[in-house]
Design a protein around this ligand. Structure first.
Ligand code: GRF
Length: 201
């Protein structure tokens, strides 16, 4: 069994896509736990509905060291193979990233290295790019800079605004993230020393 921990802070639509495409289908990939830093995260409700163990580690109640200690303990209690950041709005420390070296991935709503950080779709609209998209990448010590696993391009039309572009990109996120997880679980992703990623299809 290939076990996932999904970390999510909000709406949880990417979590739902992983549930639909991987967790509920006949393969050896299962979500072992869902963890959120935000009390109001809908992602926790989604996990509950599917009887997936879920944990709230409220970021307002702990300092960052305490928070991450609890996070590490929770993840370790589930014997996890891969940590998936799916709309997880908290920066992880270098210590955390080292603890789970090359075992954390993130989905970002732009074609990295363009538009890292918050409001990526708004950044893309404001810049006037004609193509944007989404990226699944390994997480390293700096935000949105880790080795790129997979990307999907989305055309930006003149009539697009932040909301319509976000909607278009999200549709592809829901395909890309489960695809990348499946490839990792099947051992088809090779992270090279020069930080490039090779996919053995
Ligand atoms: C997605 O756009 C993801 O790329 C970004 O945050 C958003 C989360 O959406 N990191 P959801 O919570 O999965 O619906």
């Amino acid at each position: 069994m290939f076990r996932l921990a999904v970390l999510a802070s909000g709406r949880g639509s990417n979590l739902q896509a992983i549930i639909n495409k991987l967790h509920l289908s006949k393969n050896n990939i299962k979500i072992s736990c869902v963890i959120s830093n935000k009390k109001m995260a809908i992602a926790l409700e989604i996990a509950k509905n599917y009887e997936i163990p879920f944990y709230l580690i409220d970021e307002n109640r702990y300092n960052n060291d305490e928070y991450e200690e609890m996070l590490i303990k929770t993840i370790n209690s589930h014997d996890i193979d891969l940590i998936v950041l799916a709309g997880y709005l908290k920066i992880l420390s270098a210590k955390f990233v080292n603890t789970f070296k090359d075992s954390i991935i993130n989905i970002h709503p732009s074609l990295l290295p363009a538009f890292p950080g918050l409001d990526a779709q708004k950044q893309a609209i404001n810049y006037g790019v004609k193509i944007s998209g989404c990226t699944v990448h390994y997480v390293n010590k700096k935000v949105d800079t880790g080795p790129i696993i997979k990307q999907k391009a989305v055309k930006v039309e003149d009539k697009d605004d932040e909301a319509s572009l976000s909607k278009k990109i999200l549709k592809y996120e829901h395909q890309l993230l489960p695809e990348a997880i499946e490839l990792i679980a099947q051992g088809k992703i090779k992270l090279n020393k020069d930080r490039t990623v090779t996919i053995k299809e």
